[in-house]
Each structure stands twice: as C-alpha cells, then as structure tokens.
Design a protein around this ligand. Structure first.
Ligand SMILES: [Fe+2]
Length: 225
C-alpha cells in the first residue's frame, strides 16, 4: 500500500532501539487519563525557510466540530509531554524522516509555518472491555497530513486495526494492523479512516501510538487560554 512507511525508516540501529526503550519510559511517566485513553501532547512549530523547529508557546489543541463530533469544536487541554523527549535519538529520526516528507507534501507547500502535533496516546483495555479513539467511526481529520506511528501493541490485544475507506462511497478498502514498533500509516484527506476499538484476550491489553499531525498554524486556535 502506498501510504505505509516501513519501521526501518525510523529504527536503523541498535542505538535507535535503545532510544525507543527510553522513549517508552518517558511516555509512561508523562501520559495522563483522557476518557478511555491516556495521553500527553507536545505542539511544535516548523519553519519552512529556516528549517527550525520550536516548541509552541500555546499548547492547547483544537479540532473542528465537523471533524470530530465527539470532542470537536472545543479547545482540549492535554497533559504536556516533557520536551526533553526531543533530545532522544529516536525522536530526532521521527522528526527528520517526517519533515523530509512534509517538505514535499504538495497540499502544504504554500505554508511557511506548520504546526507539528505530537500526540502520545495509550489505549488500554481489560478483558471484554474497550478503549477507542475519538471519533470512533469513519472520518477525515482536520489536519491535511497525519502520521500514525505504532509504538507498541501488546500480544493480548484484540482490535486496534486501521480501516481505510473510499472518499466518495465510504466503502472500506483496506484493513491494516500496525504490529511492530514504528510501523507507520499516513492519513490524508484523500480517504476516510477509522481505527477499531481495542479489546483484550486476557489481562490488560495496550496499544501505544504516536500520532504526528501536520497542519497550517492558522487552523489552530491561537488565542484560547
Ligand atoms: Fe483521525
């Protein structure tokens, strides 16, 4: 499939694997409950000309009501991820690889500054329970470009599968399961997508992802405190 990125684009060495372990430690100590998920967020700004990446002063996240009937139309305050995470080699790989893609992404080429949203999310379900993303049905994101990086999927997990559907008919065309760390799927407005709820065969199942969203600065609500 054209919109999948192999994990080896992000994990290239044993040093990267070690860095991934550190990332997961930082991940676990920073995520906080958000409904049926745990999460932490870090908003960055990328300047096309200078190639500089800075941490945004305003860390509030906004989604339109149109793109998220459950939680859209309001500013959402998430736990802020420790910005030291940016010093990890694996995160440098993520940003470099994704920025190389973003730079050439035609729909965003006119923008001088883009918001890079790093959403660190843990779905966690007990046996016969459920954890799911918001919205939980086929939709198109506000953000013109989103990278879904799997960080970890526990072997007792049920569900957590990505669905891709036709933009006109909503017919489901692809089912993808990200299983290995840093297997990645790219989402655009060219098709609908959804992810099935996470369940557990036994014990407690987890699905950890890094959602890397890309959008023009102007679609984020700057003035919201
Ligand atoms: Fe989405």
């Amino acid at each position: 499939m054209h919109n999948l990125i192999n994990a080896n684009q992000y994990i290239k060495s044993t040093e990267d694997l070690d860095s991934l372990k550190t990332l997961m430690t930082v991940f676990e100590s920073n995520i906080k409950p958000d409904g049926v998920r745990n999460r932490a967020y870090l908003k960055l700004l990328w300047n096309r000309k200078s190639e500089k990446i800075t941490v945004a002063d305003n860390q509030v996240y906004f989604q339109s009501a149109k793109s998220n009937v459950t939680d859209g139309g309001k500013a959402r305050h998430f736990a802020v991820m420790d910005k030291q995470i940016l010093n990890l080699k694996i995160m440098k790989n993520v940003i470099n690889t994704n920025v190389n893609f973003i730079r050439e992404f035609s729909l965003l080429k006119q923008y001088k500054e883009l918001v890079l949203g790093l959403h660190f999310i843990r779905y966690k379900a007990n046996r016969y329970g459920a954890s799911y993303s918001s919205p939980d049905c086929l939709h198109i994101d506000d953000e013109p470009l989103v990278f879904v990086h799997l960080l970890n999927l526990s072997p007792n997990a049920w569900g957590g599968d990505n669905l891709i559907a036709d933009i006109k008919t909503k017919e489901i065309k692809n089912v993808i399961r990200l299983e290995q760390p840093f297997e990645t799927i790219i989402l655009t407005k060219d098709y609908y997508h959804a992810v099935t709820a996470l369940g557990a065969r036994e014990g407690v199942a987890t699905r950890d992802i890094l959602l890397f969203t890309v959008e023009p600065n102007e679609t984020q609500m700057e003035a919201v405190a």
